[in-house]
Design a protein around this ligand. Structure first.
Ligand SMILES: Nc1ncnc2c1ncn2[C@@H]1O[C@H](COP(=O)(O)OP(=O)(O)O)[C@@H](O)[C@H]1O
Ligand SMILES: [Mg+2]
Length: 600
């Protein structure tokens, strides 16, 4: 079938272009935030100048006469700039955080909406762990990108350029020497980026592997216990866990080498500034018309000091930018996956009469491994038709094709003589009530599981529905009735009870065609009787297709279709098929005999 890959590659430029689409609704906020950053950087450059200028004015000779005024002026202007810096930083963070959060919110919603549109085929092919990572971790990496990384990057780049320009202005000669250190730092940083990217991507891969393993195995933990596989699974987990530790250690190692190297270069650079600087002050050197004084040396020292901060941290920001771009790519991968079920039907349908027709239908889940081969049948409006056959014969598949959980490869499926591909999916699925073999229960109460967040459904309707499907009896015996909490997977209900709840869930939506994949396991005689009675009532709603395991369920069906290996072997009503003495007759005898045995 359709190849489902999550590895479509996007260039960084593509990703950035697309990202702008999401930023544009809040671009006003981003622009304001960036303006604040620019002002802030200018203030940061001002501070060393203020300090340096006052150092020169506050000469020992002048201290007696002018000291108080100058010290007050110095402290006042210094404080003013610092306070402005703090206030601006606050607003800059708030404005950009808010804008970033909005972008990430929109993206998270978009990813979830996309996942909701996936076909059954796609959903069963993408590991759930990976989808969880997409919705959570990847959008978190984006959160970091929009709220911190972009801000810091812009800030650091402006600071580096600004400081460097002023270093040249204050002392071009020392700055020339500083270029050697800048080159060394860039070299070390590039090396670091090279290795750290490798390390990070390795780490992410291991985290994702472990996540996938966990979500699979936590779901299947009971099975693991039943089959005594704990030891083996423990070992598998340990392997994954160890690989993650190894990946983490490599990340730490790369970082541990990088940081001290940069610090060493930093101190060497400062030592050189002082060595050359003192000499130049003593020699009375002049740059751009200004004498290089102790005050200027102080300013220069502060520039160098502030210059190394952003340089040390910018690599980290680039890594986060990289992580953000990788996450964006993965998110766009999801957003670009089209549902394999194309919903292009335009026929507005008010009401189904309920004629269902399969015309030479061929279907395979994969390639050309045909699960259904040339299946043709007609169900007249309001008929009840049953499908019987061994496990794996293709009964569930037939039912799932009618609601287009999958699309067929050859042939045609028609409802009221309209190809189902011409019917909008939402109409098709609203008018056809599906009661599946495995009833999925959501967390919440019994009532939540019936109304499924449809707020238009009243309590009155819920009560009528549970009565109609005979679920009221067991529900009324529950301690909290309809408000009883459903435990995970509905394990506090028997499969018969779950099936009755699914009946209520379905009929409350007023479907016009019903399809039912009967639950087989663990149904006691009493519940079976309730289900049977409920089925008889539901038959009056409209056309009904049933996959039945107990032949007693379907004795009164208008037509019984027998399937074997995806082909129809015979059809007719109960009496006709018994007379034929074919497949159905054998099946009937088998069940009859085993029933006799249980009775005995
Ligand atoms: N999602 C799926 N992907 C691939 N093969 C499937 C899938 N679901 C069912 N099959 C295969 O299709 C065949 C028919 O399955 P199904 O329709 O569930 O049979 P039945 O309901 O009659 O027991 C089986 O061989 C089964 O292995
Ligand atoms: Mg089945």
């Amino acid at each position: 079938m359709v190849d489902i890959t999550l590895t479509k590659h996007y260039s960084d430029l593509d990703i950035i272009k697309r990202t702008f689409k999401y930023i544009s609704p809040v671009k006003g906020k981003f622009i304001l935030g960036f303006l604040l950053i620019v002002i802030n950087v200018i203030l940061n450059i001002l501070i060393p100048f203020i300090v340096g200028s006052y150092m020169d004015v506050l000469k020992v000779e002048n201290l007696a006469t002018q000291s108080i005024i100058y010290i007050c002026l110095f402290c006042g202007s210094y404080l003013l700039v610092i306070i402005a810096n703090v206030v601006l930083t606050y607003y800059e963070v708030m404005v950009i955080q808010k804008a970033g959060q909005e972008v990430v919110f929109t993206l998270r919603q978009a990813v979830f909406e996309k996942i909701e549109s996936f076909s059954h085929d796609q959903l069963s092919n993408i590991p759930i762990g990976r989808l969880v990572t997409r919705v959570n971790s990847d959008t978190n990496a984006l959160n970091e990108l929009y709220t911190n990384v972009l801000v810091n990057l812009l800030k650091y780049i402006l600071m580096i350029i600004g400081f460097f320009a002023f270093m040249i202005y204050v002392n071009p000669l020392i700055t020339l020497y500083m270029l050697i250190f800048i080159a060394l730092i860039i070299f070390v940083t590039l090396m670091y980026r090279h290795y750290s990217q490798k390390a990070f991507s390795n780490e992410r891969k291991e985290v994702s592997n472990l996540n996938t393993f966990l979500s699979e195995n936590l779901n299947g933990m009971k099975i693991i216990q039943i089959f005594n596989q704990e030891q083996r699974k423990y070992q598998e987990f340990e392997n994954g866990n160890r690989k993650l530790v190894k990946a983490n250690k490599f990340v730490m190692f790369v970082f541990a080498v990088y940081r001290p190297t940069i610090t060493l270069l930093y101190y060497l650079a400062l030592a050189l500034v002082f060595f050359l600087g003192f000499k130049m002050v003593v020699d009375g050197r002049v740059f751009f018309g200004s004498l290089f004084t102790f005050g200027r040396l102080t300013t220069y020292y502060q520039f160098t000091d502030s210059f190394f901060g952003p340089i040390q941290n910018i690599a980290e920001q680039f890594d986060k930018l990289q992580a953000g771009i990788v996450s964006s790519g993965r998110i766009f991968n999801i957003l670009d996956m089209d549902s394999t079920i194309v919903d292009e039907g335009k026929k507005e349908i008010e009401h189904f009469n309920g004629k269902i027709e399969f015309k030479h239908v061929y279907f395979a889940y994969k390639d050309e491994e045909w699960i259904l081969k040339d299946v043709s049948f007609v169900v007249k409006p309001h008929q009840t038709v049953a499908f019987v056959g061994a496990t794996g014969a293709g009964k569930t598949t037939i039912l799932s094709l009618i609601v287009r959980n999958y699309d067929i490869q050859k042939g045609q499926i028609l409802i009221d003589d309209i190809d189902i591909k011409d019917i909008p999916l939402n109409i098709l699925r609203r008018k056809i009530g599906q009661m599946l073999q495995d009833v999925f229960m959501f967390s919440g109460t019994v009532k939540d599981n019936i109304v499924l967040r449809d707020e238009t459904i009243t309590d009155e309707e819920v009560n009528r529905a549970i009565k109609y499907v005979n679920a009221d009896q067991f529900i009324s015996h529950l301690k909290d009735g309809l408000n009883t909490e459903v435990s995970e997977n509905g394990s506090n209900f028997s499969s018969g009870q779950r099936q009755l709840i699914s009946f209520a869930r379905t009929i409350i939506r007023k479907p016009e065609i019903l399809i039912l994949d009967e639950a087989t396991a663990n149904i006691d005689t009493e519940t079976e009787r309730l289900i049977q009675d409920s089925l008889n009532k539901m038959k009056t709603i409209g056309t009904m297709l049933i996959v039945a395991h107990r032949l007693s369920t379907i004795q009164h069906a208008d037509n019984i279709i027998c399937l074997m290996h995806g082909e129809i072997v015979e059809q007719g009503n109960h009496q006709e098929l018994l007379k034929k003495k074919g497949y159905y007759y054998k099946l009937y005898l088998l069940q009859y005999e085993s029933n006799q045995k249980t009775v005995l």
